[in-house]
Design a binder for this molecule. Structure first.
Ligand SMILES: Nc1ncnc2c1ncn2[C@@H]1O[C@H](COP(=O)(O)OP(=O)(O)OP(=O)(O)O)[C@@H](O)[C@H]1O
Length: 239
């Protein structure tokens, strides 16, 4: 699905503050995979996600989706099938709006016809299905939710537009351990039950060692480790 071939990103090339963020990275992420990326500060993790989103153009090498080299003149095309959730729980949602309004806005994103009644039904059934306990609180302002609930809502919003790929950049970093576990269980269900490919960055080694079928380690812009793992099935509690 997503493929990098010998991809290098150099910020400020030729200048005093030149910085090579990714060095000849080659990788292939298959449809449906859940890939966890770890690495120290400055390793190039966020740059990798930015390339995927079309926010940063490689200096050399190829970035391909479904075997086609990406055209950076049309980055909006990427937005149509990529969802994202970041670290700050307030950036993935509109805190001043109700849960219902947030879901409606999210539904309008994406490449499909919008019909209010069907979207409302779909959003409610998604919330119910995921067991988040938010379906009865549709008139609550999103800003009043806990950090974990905000991130869960942000993830539901991200998948409402039916992305094929979900990018998660430290999406549990600001949560307490219990909330982080619940959000990770939701992440896993989104991958398995909704068949959405996930690329997740984390600094939390407990999470990295427990979630995702493939663990990749970046160091100074290079992939130094990339392996499939057999994860021991967890007993999943209600989210
Ligand atoms: N816009 C930019 N201009 C110049 N250098 C940059 C820019 N963005 C990132 N860098 C540099 O590129 C390198 C990789 O940065 P990146 O943000 O991808 O790392 P990271 O692994 O996500 O780090 P962190 O875990 O701290 O978020 C770093 O040395 C960083 O300083």
């Amino acid at each position: 699905m997503v493929e990098f071939k010998d991809l290098t990103v150099t910020y400020n090339p030729g200048m005093e503050n030149e910085r090579v963020a990714l060095k000849n990275v080659s990788l292939t992420v298959l449809e449906g995979q859940f890939v966890t990326i770890v690495g120290p500060n400055g390793a190039g993790k966020s740059t990798l996600l930015k390339v995927i989103l079309g926010e940063v153009q490689p200096t050399s090498g190829l970035y391909m989706i479904d075997g086609k080299t990406m055209n950076y003149m049309k980055p909006h095309k990427l937005a149509e099938f990529i969802g994202r959730v970041y670290q700050d729980p307030n950036t993935g949602i509109f805190p001043a709006l109700t849960i219902a309004e947030n879901l409606i806005i999210a539904s309008k994103k994406g490449n499909r016809p919008f019909k209010f009644s069907s979207v409302k039904e779909e959003a409610i059934s998604l919330l119910r299905d995921l067991g988040l306990g938010l379906e009865d609180r549709l008139k609550t302002k999103a800003g009043e939710l806990s950090g974990g609930q905000k991130q869960s809502l942000a993830m539901v919003m991200a998948i409402l537009s039916k992305p094929r790929l979900l990018l998660l950049d430290e999406h549990t970093a600001s949560l307490d351990p219990d909330s982080a576990s619940r959000v990770m269980e939701l992440t896993e269900r989104i991958n398995r039950e909704y068949d959405i490919t996930i690329i997740m960055i984390t600094h939390n080694m407990d999470i990295a060692n427990s979630y995702g079928e493939r663990l990749m380690r970046l160091m100074e812009g290079e992939v130094v480790n990339d392996g499939m793992r057999n994860i021991v099935p967890r007993v999943t509690s209600a989210v």
